[in-house]
Design a protein around this ligand. Structure first.
Ligand code: CO
Length: 228
């Protein structure tokens, strides 16, 4: 099939459903966007940003990549962050990863997949940083889930260290960076109890979040334990 007629038809039905409820919806939205949230998530098809928090178009600015990694030399992620913070003046940045992340799994297992291995090196850096914590976990699925959590916390910390976020806080702009994890198995998002609102609390909140990961079992781990 040359053209994706089925998708175009789905698009028309979707747009009509919205305009039947709110005739001015698209016209008003075309004039401006004023989202409060900037989402940094994994590219995984099952973790679609707006949908899992049930938000309509216009409410969330989105950047996604494999394994929701924030790297200081990634112009794509940094540019999206700058636009979100400086132009749109979002109030919240949410780094949302997910359990069972293929990128995190490939990093943990040191799989050789080609070009992407270079990208996943960043997740392997997280792995090396927390090698002692991960070594305490016997089951591999549990270890992957723990690395998913640790990766989110590390990426939250990276977001906070960007010049964009640092400058926003210096200007006194209200901006909170959050870390969430999504469970593919039940569609629920869990807050990883990391909310950073300024430079001063960065280190303490980070340390507490890592300590919490060490002490608590992930929801995947708990459900596997019940199933065993
Ligand atoms: Co993923």
């Amino acid at each position: 099939m040359r053209s994706l007629t089925n998708l175009i038809e789905r698009n028309r039905a979707w747009a009509e459903k919205i305009t039947s409820r709110e005739p001015d919806f698209f016209r008003k939205l075309s004039e401006q966007q004023a989202p409060e949230y900037f989402w940094i998530g994994c590219s995984d098809s099952r973790v679609s940003a707006n949908e899992i928090v049930n938000l309509p178009p216009g409410e969330m600015f989105v950047h996604r990549n494999v394994a929701n990694v924030v790297v200081h030399t990634d112009l794509n992620c940094l540019s999206a962050t700058q636009y979100a913070v400086e132009a749109l003046k979002v109030k919240h940045i949410i780094v949302c990863g997910h359990y069972g992340c293929g990128g995190v799994k490939a990093a943990l297992q040191n799989q050789k997949l080609g070009l992407i291995d270079n990208w996943l090196r960043h997740v392997q850096d997280v792995m090396r940083e927390h090698a002692a914590l991960l070594a305490e976990i016997g089951d591999e699925s549990d270890r992957i889930d723990k690395l998913c959590e640790l990766n989110i916390i590390e990426q939250v910390y990276s977001v906070c260290q960007t010049t964009v976020v640092q400058s926003a806080w210096e200007r006194g702009q209200e901006l909170t960076v959050h870390g969430w994890i999504y469970a593919l198995t039940d569609g629920h998002v869990q807050d990883l109890n990391i909310h950073i609102t300024n430079q001063e609390e960065m280190s303490t909140v980070y340390r507490n979040a890592i300590a919490a990961v060490r002490q608590t079992k992930s929801s995947g781990e708990l459900s596997r334990q019940t199933a065993r």
